[in-house]
Design a protein around this ligand. Structure first.
Ligand SMILES: Nc1nc2c(c(=O)[nH]1)N[C@H]1C(S)=C(S)[C@@H](COP(=O)(O)OP(=O)(O)OC[C@H]3O[C@@H](n4cnc5c(N)ncnc54)[C@H](O)[C@@H]3O)O[C@H]1N2
Ligand code: MOO
Length: 401
């Protein structure tokens, strides 16, 4: 088993010389889920003016505790004029605080009769006033490069009036399914065949990691066809991902084709599932190269391999640290297990209880049992040659995006 490489060595081989892809400009509407290529500095204060947090009356705090004439009405969106001393103004949430005023009292606390209002006593200066720049100050860092543009970040950019953003080009991925026994849903199964479950699963995972899946190819168990389809895939993709055909059988042609066309950087890892995973490079005609990740055919090996390798690879290509680092937590095992020479990534459901986070392992951890991934919240990482008892603390990779 000495030839099995630990995951740290494999990740180093995969990521050491990966550079972030070039930036491109997209409209804010098209930027959801994309990764910022450059930091954005705030050009505006948000909110851009002092405004009211309540529907009510705006005044000088020093005038509180009296009947005051109502000298103006300030709706959100209409400009305010300076407040006459000894008066108050009717104001609505979001309305501009007029120059001279310094606090707002909510209308439930005020008695209004005609055009005057009885204001309660002892109002603090600044009460119910949302100060200009409270959220964002002009000149400050709004968002860092590498930020993935999810809901709040998109709102933050829009709050600056921004319409175009510089984001990383999405990694283009070709997804190859090998195996004569694998067919697409839609055709009846013949004896010995099974449907391609890896394809939609990996496509979805890759898209979650920010990739654009540009090619879906079925590859027969034939060396020449495998070599031809790998070459074609490398010509259109930054990353070529295959499933199956990386083990030791005579019908496993992927590794041999990769080694003869390009470079096999790593094969056989000390991880379970995913042992025969292969990493390498495929040359393109222009002298550049596509990265290659050969996942084993067993669906769970693909699912786990995608999390361990494709997610960090997409993170590196997108310059996105949040994708690069796998979120982890510690949980209490509600299972017992004994590992062999490989580090085991066990599918577990997490239960948040008063005693802390409990990890419940799926009963059948075989790499062909994809149902173990359906309700998996995390992968409990158990080092080689460990005996884990119930109640032990285990490190878990939290399966999020
Ligand atoms: N003599 C040995 N045999 C095997 C070893 C070994 O060390 N020595 N390793 C085993 C391990 S571990 C794994 S993992 C598998 C990986 O083999 P391959 O990557 O070559 O995968 P295949 O043989 O092509 O397929 C494995 C399994 O998965 C099914 N499969 C493949 N593709 C799909 C798909 N797209 N959708 C659904 N299911 C798929 C395939 O039919 C096989 O049942 O090798 C072991 N063997
Ligand atoms: O490494 Mo394999 O993925 O255990 O079945």
């Amino acid at each position: 088993m000495a030839d099995l490489q630990p995951i740290s060595v494999a990740l180093e081989a995969l990521l050491s010389d990966v550079r972030a892809l070039e930036p491109e400009s997209v409209s804010l509407e098209a930027a959801a889920g994309r990764v910022l290529a450059e930091a954005v500095t705030a050009q505006l204060d948000v909110p851009p003016f002092d405004n009211s947090a309540m529907d009510g009356y705006v005044l000088r705090a020093s005038d509180a505790g009296k009947w005051l004439p109502i000298s103006q009405r300030i709706a959100a969106g209409s400009p305010a004029v300076p407040l006459v001393e000894g008066s108050c103004a009717r104001i609505f949430t979001g309305g501009e605080i007029p120059p001279g005023a310094d606090c707002v009292v909510m209308q439930e606390r005020v008695t209004q009769e005609g055009d005057r209002a009885l204001i309660p006593d002892a109002l603090p200066v600044g009460d119910n006033v949302r100060r200009q720049g409270r959220d964002v100050s002009r000149g400050e860092l709004l968002l860092s490069a590498g930020e993935c543009l999810e809901a709040a970040a998109l709102g933050h950019l829009a709050g600056q009036g921004i319409t175009q953003v510089s984001v990383r080009r999405q990694p283009r991925v070709a997804l190859l399914s090998t195996g004569d026994e694998i067919i697409d849903p839609g055709t009846p199964l013949k004896p010995g065949q099974l449907y391609n479950s890896n394809r939609p699963m990996l496509k979805r995972l890759l898209e979650n990691y920010g990739a654009e899946v540009v090619q879906l190819v079925s590859v027969p168990d034939d060396y020449a066809q495998t070599a031809m389809l790998l070459t074609q895939a490398a010509s259109v993709a930054d990353v070529v991902v295959s499933t199956g055909g990386v083990s030791v059988g005579e019908e496993d042609h992927v590794k041999a084709a990769l080694a003869s066309l390009g470079q096999l950087d790593m094969w056989k890892l000390a991880i379970r599932p995913g042992k025969p995973l292969a990493l390498g490079r495929l040359p393109r005609e222009d002298g550049s190269e596509a990265r290659f990740v050969g996942l084993p055919g067993n669906p769970v090996s693909g699912f786990v391999g995608a999390w361990l390798f494709l997610r960090p690879l997409m993170g590196a290509l997108l310059g996105c640290p949040a994708l690069n680092a796998l979120p982890a937590l510690t949980a209490t095992a509600n299972f017992t297990t004994q590992t062999g020479p490989r580090q085991h990534y066990m599918r577990v459901a997490l239960r948040f209880s008063e005693e802390g986070i409990i990890a419940e392992a799926f009963e059948d951890q075989n790499s062909g049992v994809l149902s173990s991934c359906i309700s998996a919240d995390a992968l409990a990482v158990i080092d080689p040659h460990q005996q884990v008892e119930k109640g032990a603390l285990v490190r878990c990779l939290w399966l999020q995006r």
